[in-house]
Write a protein that binds this ligand. Structure first.
Ligand SMILES: Cc1cc2nc3c(=O)[nH]c(=O)nc-3n(C[C@H](O)[C@H](O)[C@H](O)COP(=O)(O)OP(=O)(O)OC[C@H]3O[C@@H](n4cnc5c(N)ncnc54)[C@H](O)[C@@H]3O)c2cc1C
Length: 627
């Protein structure tokens, strides 16, 4: 650690309102939102990593995550716009399931994504970018002194730390261990050395990535093609729904087999995850292929999605076979997979271990409870994924800005947003494994869908009182939504007037007068398609996002009321106090659940609920005792 006296000699004259450290997905969102206020912002990011680069799967969105990207867009965030610009394959996931769990996923050209992010930041006139590695952050009075490897010292009123997997990062491929934040990027100092506060240390987590394969060595004829879906809506409201900026390409599906898994199982002793070499805790919901091999011993077939990394890159990303096995084992098992028999590896798969922050020591603005003015966001907070990182980056960045301006914080509620769910989960209890968002984490899946994002998020954005392009889009879309919603109850179809086309169109019979709203709720009908077609019949034009939202909201209205009642009941239970020692002594709670309870000692039912891996049976038992 540097002494403040020594630092004072090196200090740059300028005082920044906010310094964001790390230009990954969290950092970019923190910078993007904080520069929308009239503030001086600094981004300090390592010279050897591209801005907003994608070290793992080249895709944005997915189940639960697509919702976050749309929430960010309505909040004035950047990720949606970047994904639209860099998207090379668009898909709607869970299309066959209900609207509540449908999510958008966009395969990105990772070079283009990073390029567009950098260009967006270059347009910010109140942003200074320093390509340097930070080695220490010290607080002096109400300011932070940020020292870099080059011995430059920057001064800022608030700091947002978003250093990803880099703090004391260690990479593993079989027996080979190297220091690094990711492949080809140097590690950073440890969390303790960076901020000099051991209390914030939350442990060591681990994540991994598969090998990258040379495109020309893949035999696609043995795989199932998945084309880009022209009907998937862009993420950003700013963009026309179905415009595409880059050429669209396909992804391909293949699978592992018994040979693949038997090679992996035979090499258990050489796996850093199983031979004790890696101590960091890995992501439960994004397991490596060796995790799958030993967790699901009866299963040999696992999907492998063969995804392009970019239009001009000659590598593909085999999604589903993340690994840290030795190089020779990686070659052997990959070549057992249909279509990969002759594949050549461009970069070997690896795992990375890194320091994380104890997020239970942060408040809901992601500011440290102990060190005022210091905010944290991204993988450093123990999450996994670009979208989770971006969502936190926004929350930390906007609250740092509001705090500089002496304004009230922005806290997204968990009932109204997935970002709110994530932040609430993160700060409520110490996480003991990497956290990933999915729709089941929300108690209110019906209420926080992709299609209604603008409606539920717009009030938060409007409170910021900013005037950017998104604000104009939100104003006009909200007005249109109100008009269309009232039309639904006002438009009546009269039974005595002949609408023979009703049956022809598959709408069913018209025996009694019904409103348009009632028609759209008929069980077998797709409300969006019917509303689109009826509006066309009336000669009315509405924004596609408005039609989709109004039709789906109307369809679910009855369920939404019921679900809100359930949530009210649940919220009452959530705040009920409990004694963790009683739980530890109970004979009705499993040993595994007790281990998890012992690590975090929950004080309320809500905290117990948020512990990863707590069984529904345990929750039901405790809830039964509390009611
Ligand atoms: C090997 C690997 C595998 C992964 N696997 C998955 C996966 O399977 N699924 C998934 O969803 N996500 C995965 N991820 C995580 C994904 O990369 C992150 O979720 C996402 O990039 C996190 O964004 P972030 O902004 O928090 O950090 P990053 O994107 O890592 O950005 C951190 C930034 O901070 C900079 N930085 C670090 N230290 C300093 C410093 N001291 N001074 C200045 N700048 C600094 C870095 O250069 C970088 O630009 C993986 C990441 C890696 C590396």
């Amino acid at each position: 650690m540097f002494h403040v006296e020594h630092l004072r000699k090196l200090v740059k004259n300028e005082i920044f309102d906010i310094a964001v450290i790390g230009g990954g997905h969290a950092g970019v969102e923190a910078v993007n939102i904080s520069t929308q206020f009239d503030l001086k912002v600094l981004l300090v990011t390592s010279p050897d990593t591209d801005i907003a680069s994608a070290p793992c799967n080249p895709a944005v969105g997915g189940v639960g995550k697509g919702q976050v990207v749309r929430e960010l867009d309505s909040l004035g965030g950047l990720m949606g716009q970047l994904a639209d610009l860099a998207g090379i394959q668009f898909r709607t996931l869970n299309e066959s399931k209900g609207f509540a769990v449908q999510s958008t996923r966009v395969q990105i050209d990772k070079e283009a994504y990073s390029f567009f992010a950098t260009e967006f930041l270059k347009l910010k006139t109140n942003l200074h970018i320093a390509r340097e590695r930070v080695v220490s952050i010290a607080k002096e009075d109400d300011r932070f002194l940020i020292t870099t490897e080059l011995e430059n010292v920057f001064v800022a009123k608030k700091v947002v730390l978003t250093t990803g997997t880099f703090l004391n990062g260690k990479l593993h491929t079989g027996e080979i261990q190297t220091d690094g934040g990711r492949v080809d990027s140097k590690k950073s100092v440890s969390l303790m050395n960076l901020i000099g506060d051991a209390k914030l240390f939350g442990g060591r987590f681990k994540t991994g990535t598969p090998a990258r394969l040379e495109k020309a060595t893949i035999d696609y004829s043995k795989m199932v093609e998945q084309e880009s879906d022209p009907e998937t809506r862009n993420f950003s409201l700013i963009n026309p729904p179905w415009s595409r900026n880059l050429k669209q390409v396909s992804c391909f599906l293949t699978r592992t087999n018994s040979n693949t898994l038997s090679i992996i199982r035979k090499n258990k002793e050489r796996s850093p995850i199983f031979n004790g070499q890696i101590s960091g805790v890995g992501p439960r919901y994004c397991p490596s292929i060796e995790d799958k091999a030993f967790r699901y011993t009866e299963k040999d077939e696992h999907h492998v999605f063969v995804e392009p990394e970019g239009l001009n890159l000659n590598t593909i990303y085999p999604n589903g076979v993340s690994t840290s096995l030795p190089r020779d084992v990686q070659e052997d098992f990959l070549r057992t997979i249909d279509g990969l028999e002759n594949c050549k590896i461009a970069i070997y798969g690896y795992a990375v271990e890194y320091d994380v922050v104890d997020t239970s020591k942060l408040n809901k603005t992601l500011e440290s409870m102990d060190i005022q003015g210091l905010y944290f966001a991204g993988q450093l907070c123990g999450t996994s994924g670009y979208e989770e990182a971006a969502g936190q980056g926004f929350v930390a960045g906007v609250n740092a800005a509001l705090s500089v301006l002496g304004r009230n914080p922005l806290i997204l509620s968990r009932d109204e947003s997935y970002i709110g769910v994530m932040i609430d989960d993160l700060v409520s209890v110490k996480r003991d494994e990497p956290y990933r968002l999915f729709t089941a984490r929300s108690e209110n899946r019906l209420g926080i869908r992709e299609d209604n994002t603008f409606k539920r998020i717009a009030p938060y954005r409007q409170n910021l009182d900013l005037n950017c392009e998104i604000d104009k889009h939100l104003d006009s879309i909200l007005t249109e939504a109100d008009v269309l919603t009232s039309l639904l109850s006002e438009k009546i179809y009269y039974a005595h007037i002949d609408r023979s086309d009703f049956e022809e169109k598959g709408y069913g019979s018209l025996d009694t007068n019904i409103t348009l709203s009632e028609l759209l709720r008929r069980p077998a009908l797709n409300p969006v398609k019917v509303l689109e077609s009826e509006l066309l019949e009336f000669g009315l034009t509405f924004n596609y996002d408005v039609i989709r939202f109004v039709a789906i909201e109307n369809k679910y209205s009855g369920y939404i009321v019921r679900s809100n009642n359930e949530i009210t009941k649940l919220n009452k239970l959530t705040n009920k106090k409990l004694d963790p020692n009683e739980l530890l002594n109970s004979s009705n709670i499993s040993f595994e659940c007790k281990q998890r309870i012992r690590r975090t000692l929950p004080q309320t039912f809500g905290q117990l609920q948020k512990i990863e891996g707590i069984r529904p049976a345990t929750l039901a038992y405790v809830a039964g005792n509390l009611l």
